[in-house]
Structures are given as C-alpha cells and as structure tokens.
Write a protein that binds this ligand. Structure first.
Ligand code: GLU
Length: 486
C-alpha cells in the first residue's frame, strides 16, 4: 500500500440476529487487512433501523465473532478512542452533522406526505421512467415556511440535495474506476421522520470520525458509494479508500441465498465445522495468494493476505471444499485437542450419560482420525466404540453369514478367552489359529467378526476395533449376533 495514513478498517454489521457468511467474509478481509498491515480493526454496530431491532442480536453477533477468533481492537463492550460504537448511541453526533448540511444547503427538509410520495412514484412508473426519484418538491421552501411547518408538528425528513448534472467518479481498490451519473441518484433521505439517521448518513459520518482509512465491504454496497461520496464532498471531507468485495454465489451462479443452503455462520458452527476450516474456506471466497495453496491456518492467512489479490468476479460457495478443509484441519489437531473436542461432542450426544477415560478416547481417535471429517463422526461412524450394535448391515450379513459362521465365531471367542487382556497382536494370533484349526480362509472369520462387533462392514482394521473394545465386549457381541441371526 502506498497510503501512509494509519490503517483503520471496520466491520459494520446491522444486527439481524445472525451473521451471514458473506458478512463474515467482509469481517475477515477487514481483519486480515488490518493485521497484515499493523492497522486497527473496529467493530461498529449499525443499529439505527429501529423497526428491525431484534432482542439479543448484538450479543449473538459478538459471541459468533468471538468464536471465529476475529478479535476487534475497538468496539462495543471494549471501548476505544472513537466511541460510542453503537450508532444508536451517536444520535447527537448525527444531528449536529445534519444541521451542518442544512446550513450549507447541501440538504433540505422535506415535508411530503407518504401519500404524495406514493402518487409521485406511481406517476413515474406510469411514465415508464427507468427509476423513480423524489422531485425536489420541498427544495425551495423558505426558512419561515420550514419553521412554520415544524412548529405545527408536521413530520419531515431531511434529504440530500443531489445535483443531477454531476458525475461521480471514484477509484475502487478492487474494481478500478467506477462512474455514476448524478441523474440516477435520488435525493436520498439522510434523517428519517423519527429523527434517526439513515444508513448512508450515519455510515459516512462514522467512517470519517472514526478515521477509517479503507472501507472494505460487499459489492452490494457499491450503488450506495456515490451517495456516500456526495456526502463526503458535502461535508468537505476526504474520502477513504473503497474496496468492494465480489459477490458470493451458489454453484449455479445465483446469489448465495438461504434457499440453497445455510447462510448463517451459526448454522455451520452448529453442524460441527471447525472455525479454522470455516475461516480458511471463507478467506478463499474471492481471494487467493496466486498459487495453488488452499490449506491455511490463521497466521498464514494474515501474512499472505492482500487486497491486491482479491478477485473481481463472484466467488462460488463450494460446500465440498469446505468439508474437505474441515477434514484437513481436523487432522492437524493433536490427540489432546481431539479428546477435548470429542468430550464436548459426546456430552451433546446420546452418549452423554456414559463415562470414557482419556486413554479409551485416545485409542478411538487413533483408529478413526483418518476416516472422519467432523468430530461427531467419531461417535456417529464409530458408534460401536460407544455402544453395542443393535442391527447388522444387510449386504454384509447376506454375503458374510454362512451356516457354519456361528461355530467359527465361537471358536474365535474360545481362543481369545485364553488371553487375560489380549493385545492387537494376540487377537491376530487367535484369528490365525482359528483359521488354521478350522481349515478356512481368514476372510471367513474377519467379515462376520466385524459385523458382530460393529454391525457394519467398513471401518478401521478389525484388530484395532477388537483391541479397543476388548475381550469381554467382543465375546458378548459374538454371542449376541449368533443369538440375533439364529
Ligand atoms: N450496516 C451495513 C451492513 O449491514 C454496513 C455496510 C458497510 O460496510 O458500509 O452490512
């Protein structure tokens, strides 16, 4: 970056009750950009739309953000030199600033009734105008007229006075030069009749007062940017650098939406995705370091990230890649970390009432770690380490269960009884001896034995399973299958 100004960026969500994946991407890119450049990352809550107030939404947002590890330097419940960080607590600031715009005649009071505005819109639609726009009806009211109306208690809004002749040009860091014609820009409402500022006014004032150097946000905000630029000009302020991130798309290239799957970060968390995988995945939605590298931990992302390598084109949300990354990140975890995570998972599972030693979980983990993509798969795919199988997979039974199978299994049970606490190797010896003595191939024992102890045909090596569940359970399960398949 050539900019010598201190880098300060912000994530400015409106609390809607959850964090959309696209918003997490915005937060992440801001965060990575700040950390990479030794800058500051601010969290600002844009809660001026009181009609959309949701109880607990802010707390939930912060909790989710905390889970992802994107810690902010300034923001709610943390403070900073440029607070408050809730827009709803900054109303006085917005009022002072809208007064400045009124005084400069960059903004004006508008007393038009909703009925008049509706009729105007309908008339413009009838004329098939490309766009419906306010007609500046109230622009030239005199001060006396304005004061009179205000004293009568007539509701009003404050609008930006846009010059339709003006061309608004700016250089987007990602998209390059962008130009909008003033003609297409409505005389935007800046202050609503309830006295609250609109997004546009509050956002610009705060970015300026909070000394935000780069506004990094989703492409859906690009059409708002010329309005913001007009506001910066109206105040006589310099603009921050704007960088609009590419849209997130479904695999069919439609806009990422709830209809095609989960869009809330919380959904992914609840499904058991690791934050490391989610962050890694989201980082790659619209950015790459320019090589084939796909697996990143947090620190690697911080050092590799640059806005220069953010793509212009929409980024496709590929769930399979996320699943793959989840498995990769899971594999990087140490046994101790996995034990801890498995305990948390088990506590929320149907096995919550059961006790397992760390040693036991460690053996399950080493048998299963290459076979799982999610923590819950340790006990979903590997349920037989936590309970006795109750049913036996059908094709396995049909293929592997012969009339003499019960005798074979009984023989094997007898063999292992001879050991006090058989090791993996001893289970193997027992199996080989059974095969030799009964003059059969090993497969005739392995398949039914696997069914007996696990109920399914796939999974880790049979001797791993046997040594984990132990002699007693193995014998019980052999007896049980013989009984059940009689
Ligand atoms: N409050 C807006 C949002 O919900 C912020 C947009 C911006 O970053 O300017 O995403």
């Amino acid at each position: 970056m050539t900019d010598t100004k201190k880098i300060r960026v912000r994530y400015a969500p409106s609390p809607t009750g959850y964090i959309h994946i696209g918003n997490l991407r915005t937060a992440l890119y801001n965060y990575l950009f700040a950390r990479h450049n030794g800058g500051e990352f601010i969290l600002r809550i844009e809660d001026t739309d009181r009609t959309r107030y949701i109880e607990g939404a802010v707390e939930n947002l912060i909790k989710t953000l905390e889970w992802t590890g994107l810690d902010y330097d300034e923001g709610p419940f943390k403070g900073g030199n440029y607070g408050p960080y809730f827009q709803s607590e900054r109303l006085k600031i917005y009022k002072e600033h809208s007064d400045i715009l009124l005084k400069k005649k960059k903004a004006y009071h508008c007393f038009c009734t909703p009925e008049r505005l509706k009729a105007l819109r309908e008339e413009q639609q009838k004329q098939k105008l490309n766009q419906t726009k306010y007609d500046k009806h109230c622009l030239n009211l005199s001060d006396d007229e304005i004061n009179e109306k205000i004293s009568q208690g007539i509701p009003y809004v404050i609008r930006l006075n846009v010059n339709p002749e003006e061309k608004i040009k700016f250089n987007d860091y990602i998209r390059g030069e962008v130009e909008f014609s003033g003609e297409l820009i409505d005389d935007q409402i800046l202050v609503k009749s309830d006295g609250y500022p609109t997004y546009h006014l509050a956002n610009v004032i705060d970015d300026y007062l909070m000394k935000v150097s780069h506004v990094i946000r989703g492409e859906e905000w690009l059409p708002s940017t010329p309005k913001h630029i007009l506001l910066y000009e109206a105040f006589g302020w310099g603009t921050p650098v704007f960088a609009h991130l590419p849209l997130l798309l479904n695999p069919d290239r439609s806009k990422l939406s709830k209809r095609q799957g989960d869009v809330a970060v919380e959904d992914y968390r609840n499904k058991g995705y690791l934050k490391e995988a989610l962050i890694n995945f989201i980082a790659l939605l619209g950015w790459s370091a320019g090589d084939d590298k796909e697996f990143y931990n947090f620190d690697e992302l911080i050092s590799a990230f640059s806005l220069d390598r953010v793509h212009k084109t929409g980024a496709i949300f590929d769930l399979e890649k996320l699943n793959w990354l989840n498995a990769e990140h899971l594999r990087k975890k140490s046994n101790n970390e996995l034990i801890e995570m498995l305990r948390v998972g088990l506590k929320e599972s149907k096995y919550s009432g059961l006790e397992f030693s760390d040693e036991y979980l460690r053996t399950v983990i080493s048998a299963m770690r290459e076979r799982v993509s999610f923590i819950k798969e340790f006990y979903e795919k590997g349920f037989y380490f936590f309970e006795e199988p109750d049913t036996y997979e059908d094709p396995g039974v049909r293929k592997g269960w012969k009339p003499h199978t019960p005798d074979i299994l009984k023989k094997f049970a007898e063999k292992i009884s001879a050991f006090e606490n058989p090791t993996k190797e001893e289970f193997e010896i027992a199996l080989l001896e059974t095969a030799t003595e009964m003059n059969i191939g090993k497969g005739n024992i392995v398949h039914p034995l696997r069914l007996a102890v696990s109920g399914v045909s796939g999974g880790p090596g049979i001797f791993d399973i046997l040594s984990i569940i132990g002699k007693e359970k193995t014998i019980n399960r052999i007896n049980r299958i013989i009984e059940k398949l009689k």
